[in-house]
Design a protein around this ligand. Structure first.
Ligand code: SF4
Ligand code: SF4
Length: 343
């Protein structure tokens, strides 16, 4: 029986190989989704005040339907499926879904608030073949805005450090609903200390406008970005402009290279533009992917949805978008990106 350290190393090597393959495939062809966020349950066990992506009553999507959605995404050529919510650990057969993602040759990610993690659940996620897990931590001490707090979650982080064989990323957040910006730095340092990677997301309030961070927030943002080689923060260069409230030029390929598939099985651009195009996944074809690849999104310059921007880096250098079909609702500019779990 291999030691945990050896198993982690082996799994990391295998994961990195599949990630390089995913990048090569994305560079060679633009005709498949790179990353899909898939929602198995809308319900959440928490109620962060800035969040628009949960309820307290929805039932989990039946597992058979989730497996069918995974199959449909595999046949579109998807490389990564990231399972989020609501709180995905509330799905009683989440591990079956993850196993199926891996069986169909895709990379499996999970975004959770971490509250329901136990050693047994972490080990069952190991067995299911989970590749990546992300927890977003909003503050050090719980307050009326968010209970996703280091004080509450530190035990869960220690469990992950002890048992997880998958990669763990801790996302800290800055922005107007967050009271103490220095908390983000404390969270990021703790993540690195436990051997995890760290990212930083930016929250905005409901004014509908992208607001620059304050001087103190910007200083902390830069400090987190510099944190160690283990941090993915250094990859989020576009966030430098977001942090200063500057418009950002990029080509949003939502609906094509990135999809958001809600609990009803509809394809949307992203969590912040639910309702567009809202086509059932069963009817989503290569033609839809090609159409959306070339569709310019008017919300792009003030967008803070970092997962879509990261995917777009693979294609920003090619194929200027010629269709100007999509005009978002004004309040869609809210884009509480990191608001939830940076999904
Ligand atoms: S909000 Fe951002 S990710 Fe979503 S469609 Fe607009 S530009 Fe794309
Ligand atoms: S941000 Fe996450 S943890 Fe908070 S209510 Fe929304 S889904 Fe739940």
């Amino acid at each position: 029986m291999l030691s945990l350290k050896a198993r982690r190393k082996l799994r990391a090597a295998h994961r990195h190989l599949r990630e390089w393959r995913m990048i090569a495939k994305a560079l060679l062809s633009t005709r498949h989704p790179v990353d899909v966020h898939l929602i198995p349950v809308r319900r959440c066990n928490l109620s962060c005040t800035y969040c628009t992506e949960y309820d307290d009553f929805s039932k989990p999507v039946p597992t058979a339907e989730m497996l069918e959605r995974v199959d449909l995404l595999a046949s579109l050529g998807t490389s990564i499926i990231t399972i989020s919510g609501g709180e995905p650990l509330l799905h009683p057969e989440l591990e079956q879904i993850i196993e199926h993602v891996r069986r169909r040759g895709m990379i499996a990610g999970l975004i959770t608030n971490g509250y329901l993690l136990t050693p047994a659940r972490i080990q069952s996620l190991n067995r299911a073949g989970l590749d990546h897990l992300q927890i977003s931590i909003d503050n050090v001490m719980p307050d009326e805005v968010s209970k996703k707090s280091l004080k509450v979650l530190d035990k869960k982080l220690q469990m992950l450090a002890e048992y997880a064989e998958f990669a763990v990323n801790i996302n800290s957040v800055l922005g107007s609903p967050i009271r103490r910006p220095t908390d983000a730095l404390i969270v990021a340092r703790r993540a690195i200390e436990l051997g995890f990677t760290s990212t930083v997301g930016i929250l905005h309030d409901s004014s509908g406008q992208l607001q620059p961070l304050s001087e103190e927030q910007q200083r902390i943002f830069t400090e987190i970005m510099k944190l160690g080689k283990r941090s993915y923060s250094r990859l989020n260069q576009f966030q430098q402009r977001i942090a200063r409230g500057l418009p950002h030029e990029w080509r949003c390929r939502a609906g094509s290279r990135y999809l958001y598939v809600c609990e009803d099985g509809l394809v949307h651009y992203c969590s912040q533009q639910r309702g567009y195009p809202a086509i059932p996944l069963r009817q989503y074809t290569a033609e839809h992917l090609a159409h959306e690849y070339h569709t310019r999104k008017a919300c792009a310059s003030r967008c803070t949805v970092s997962c879509v921007q990261q995917v777009a880096m693979l294609d920003n250098w090619r194929h200027p978008q010629t269709r100007e079909a999509f005009q978002p609702r004004l309040n869609s500019l809210v884009q509480l990106e990191a608001r939830a779990h940076e999904r």
